[in-house]
Ligand binder design. Structure first.
Ligand SMILES: Nc1nc2c(ncn2[C@@H]2O[C@H](COP(=O)(O)OP(=O)(O)OP(=O)(O)O)[C@@H](O)[C@H]2O)c(=O)[nH]1
Ligand SMILES: [Mg+2]
Length: 319
């Protein structure tokens, strides 16, 4: 595209699919143009509602996202979906599966779907996902849904940026609740009990209720359990209604703004960190210096404080 960044930003704001796709690629590859674009588009963000769907592999997250997205489209809301695909050994075919499923929406201009692989992002996957969400927000998508497998810290960082976090559980995964990552339990705003057609659904719901009765409500919100059968499109209306309720609950208390302030506090510090590291240790020379100093420190020929001093001195800044 032989466009100026201003023209490009204009096309993104108009929801032009090619411009948005190209912008996402720029963000993923950490191209210099991406920062320029995000600077221009940032004032037009902050309108989308961001839902995060997470849970163990194969619990039906993609199916749920697909059905929820279709539900929002029926309400005439514009939807953006970011599927952070597990390239983990659990499910190698996820990207293909998602593509095929999402083909049903291929001709719908009000729906934008993007898969992102979980490996190999410069500057971290959470950063890339957050920036893609900003792009889709600027492109006028009112409902953004992020799907991620809740297995690692990276994934937890991703769902943290959501306004509403849903954790998907299914019957028959063994002693699910005990095995569940404590971190995920804490961040869930809504529990989705999917595959509720399966044996053990009642038991799982009882376990969840028992556990949740011990948890202090957050700002007056008790995380509810919503039963769904995503593959049969059942329970999706109740799920969407519960998300709406959660949204209203926090909007009326001004908590969403507070959460966003907390979020940006963290993000700005992260951005500052990467800027500082780039400045002190950027490029091949920086890597070389770091390796040499780390060797000195490991061999006890230098102490780590002096190593830091040397890095700072080399960058031309005062200690
Ligand atoms: N029985 C039953 N099967 C379901 C239900 N929802 C989804 N499935 C099936 O479960 C399988 C996995 O669904 P996905 O939506 O790909 O699950 P996922 O959590 O996105 O999987 P990964 O992204 O690979 O972690 C598919 O074969 C779905 O058709 C349900 O409510 N009941
Ligand atoms: Mg999936």
């Amino acid at each position: 595209m032989a466009l100026t960044v201003e023209e490009w930003a204009g096309l993104v704001r108009a929801g032009n699919v090619r411009a948005v796709s190209r912008a996402i690629t720029a963000v993923e590859n950490h191209e210099p143009a991406a920062e320029k674009l995000l600077r221009l588009l940032f004032p037009f963000t902050g309108k989308a509602y961001l839902s995060g769907m997470t849970g163990a592999p194969g619990t039906g997250k993609s199916t749920l996202v697909d059905r929820l997205a279709a539900f929002y489209r029926k309400r005439d809301e514009k939807v953006g979906v970011i599927a952070v695909d597990p390239t983990s050994p659990y499910s190698g075919g996820a990207i293909l599966g998602d593509r095929i499923r999402m083909q049903g929406h291929a001709s719908d201009a009000g729906m934008f779907i993007r898969s992102m692989a979980t490996r190999g992002f410069l500057g971290g996957l959470a950063r890339a996902t957050a920036e893609v969400a900003l792009l889709l927000d600027a492109a006028g998508k009112q409902q953004l849904i992020i799907e991620t497998v809740g297995v690692g810290q990276d994934e937890i960082d991703i769902v943290r940026l959501a306004d509403c976090v849903m954790v998907v559980m299914v019957p028959g995964l063994g002693d699910d609740i005990q095995n569940m990552k404590a971190g995920l339990m804490e961040i869930a705003d809504i529990f989705v009990l999917n595959k509720s057609d399966r044996e053990g659904a009642d038991r799982l719901e009882q376990q969840l209720d028992a556990m949740l009765s011990l948890v202090m409500p957050r700002e007056g919100w008790h995380p509810p359990v919503v039963r769904t059968m995503a593959s049969e499109n059942r329970g999706i209306d109740v799920l969407a209604g519960t998300i709406d309720k959660f949204r209203e609950h926090f909007a009326s208390r001004g908590k969403r703004e507070l959460k966003h302030v907390e979020y940006w506090k963290k993000r700005v510090v992260e951005m500052l960190q990467s800027r500082v590291i780039e400045k002190f240790l950027g490029g091949a020379a920086g890597e070389e210096l770091l390796v040499r100093l780390a060797g000195e420190v490991a061999g006890r020929r230098m102490n780590p404080f002096s190593a830091v001093n040397e890095i700072v001195a080399k960058s031309g800044m005062k200690n």
